[in-house]
Design a protein around this ligand. Structure first.
Ligand code: UN1
Length: 480
């Protein structure tokens, strides 16, 4: 492919060019240059935050109908261009085209949902304890939000952070992952075209130091971050130092419990989807599969056959079922965890090899590693690649204890036909989201998203919960 895009920052309604400082490559074919990306520094960040700060008062006081219409228009424009955007996303990130287009549609739906949220009444009126006094609460925007978004959902996560921030009257400076700037840029082009007032949404491109300068900026009122745990800790410290509000999503090691009484075909399908779709690069991926002994061997055999049959290839090829990893670093990490797992006693039954295909890319065959123990590294640390490990357990109680092991608590799934076990699991598993007879990954856009323990920090993201993080409550008393 020859269409290489020259990207710009977007500050105060203007495209701000800079000398190309880095490249965005196609992970399915590293000879294909997707975009040239400008460099930036503290002055770029300061300019974007100043623009967002200046735009805030008018945007905060604009009619919710104005904000709603603009968000709805962004949703419609994304939908109208879903094919092109999906192709760009898959070319830049490496998930298959159906996955890429599906994510684009999700982003569009998020903007449309948030267009509705902008119009909803989020305050409450209550009786005062004092006669003659009225009490009401309002939800007000806070100011400038700094959004740090990851590469694995390069349009959906920007959408689910930016749309609610804007819906409730805040302004935004977004710093997308340096692996997927072109997709973030394409979303910004749509926001520009929709006609938002200048400075309401700003995009800054560059590496981690730009994100650092953004979260440290004293005029940033809130920071929403999705990414790794170690970066999350740095972000939290920097934001906390100037009293900014913080919301962190930092991954998972999501258990899928498979009980003897489950529908085997469905369990295999859910494990396949949860662990390997999107090349396993989802924080909600089903990476630990905990299987009771009565069904264990049948389940492993059936899953191994399906994993083996997955067609790995170019993200945009029609017959590809699993695209490449997003980067060289992800490929290295994935291979090193397969090594760790087998050295610790796991048995690799299928996959786990770097693949040389027609084009140079970050390809690996999906791996299933069985006979692992729950406290081994492969079951405690997030791989973020197409690797699933299985743990054999005696019964439901042992399965629940295994599911609750470790430090993460994002999503947890159970495959069973027993209402009793399903209900018990839902109430006792330590996770922010539970999935009964569903993969751990793949969530709706109108309900809260988030985890417990080391997975998440701060109020929930998405859906009807988003108003909590992106507004603050004012309690108003009146005597008249
Ligand atoms: C999903 O499973 O549909 O970064 C979404 C991630 C999550 C999103 C997962 N924040 O993978």
């Amino acid at each position: 492919m020859s269409d290489t895009k020259q990207l710009s920052h977007y500050i105060d309604g203007q495209w701000v060019a800079g000398a190309a400082a880095s490249d965005s490559l196609n992970p399915s074919n590293t000879g294909d240059l997707v975009a040239k990306v400008p460099g930036g520094d503290k002055s770029t960040v300061n300019a974007a935050v100043s623009a967002a700060k200046a735009a805030f008062p008018a945007w905060a006081n604009s009619s919710p109908e104005v904000r709603s219409d603009l968000l709805d228009k962004v949703g419609s424009l994304i939908m109208a261009r879903a094919d092109d955007l999906g192709r760009l996303l898959s070319r830049e990130e490496g998930k298959t085209f159906p996955e890429g287009k599906g994510e684009v549609m999700r982003a569009a739906r998020i903007f449309k949902f948030m267009a509705g949220e902008a119009l909803r009444r989020h305050g409450v009126t209550v009786e005062s304890t004092r006669p003659g006094v009225a009490v009401e609460t309002y939800r007000e925007p806070l100011g400038v939000f700094g959004l740090i978004t990851p590469w694995n959902f390069p349009i959906a996560i920007p959408a689910w952070k930016a749309a609610p921030a804007l819906a409730f009257g805040n302004t935004v400076v977004m710093k997308p992952a340096s692996l997927t700037p072109a997709t973030a840029h394409a979303l910004t082009e749509i926001i520009h075209e929709a006609g938002f007032p200048k400075g309401v949404f700003n995009l800054i491109l560059g590496g981690g130091s730009m994100g650092g300068a953004l979260v440290e900026h004293p005029d940033v009122a809130g920071v929403s971050f999705t990414g790794g745990q170690s970066t999350g800790a740095i972000v939290a410290k920097a934001a906390f130092s100037h009293n900014a509000r913080i919301q962190l999503e930092m991954g998972g090691k999501n258990p899928l419990v498979v009980l003897d009484d489950c529908d085997l075909d469905r369990a295999v399908q859910c494990a396949l989807d949860g662990a390997f779709f999107a090349t396993g690069q989802r924080c909600t991926a089903s990476s630990r599969i905990i299987v009771t002994q009565g069904i264990h061997d049948k389940f492993v055999e059936a899953l191994a056959a399906r994993v083996k049959a997955l067609k790995v290839g170019d993200a945009l090829a029609a017959d590809t079922q699993m695209g490449p990893l997003a980067s060289d670093a992800q490929l290295e990490t994935t291979l090193s965890y397969i090594d760790v797992a087998t050295r610790e006693g796991g048995r690799k039954v299928v996959g786990g090899d770097a693949l040389k295909l027609a084009t140079p890319g970050y390809y690996v065959s999906p791996a299933l590693i069985v006979d692992t123990k729950i406290d081994q590294r492969i079951n405690c640390e997030e791989v973020f690649g197409p690797v699933a490990s299985t743990v054999r357990v005696k019964d439901y109680d042992e399965a629940l204890a295994a599911a609750n092991a470790g430090e993460f608590g994002l999503s947890a799934g159970i495959m069973t036909s027993s209402l009793k076990y399903a209900r018990h699991f839902v109430r006792n598993v330590r996770a922010g989201m539970t999935m009964t007879n569903l993969p751990t990954a793949g969530v709706d856009y109108h309900v809260p998203f988030g985890g417990t323990r080391k997975s998440s920090y701060g109020p929930r993201e998405q859906g009807f919960a988003a108003v909590e993080f992106y507004t603050q409550v004012k309690t108003s008393y009146t005597w008249a």
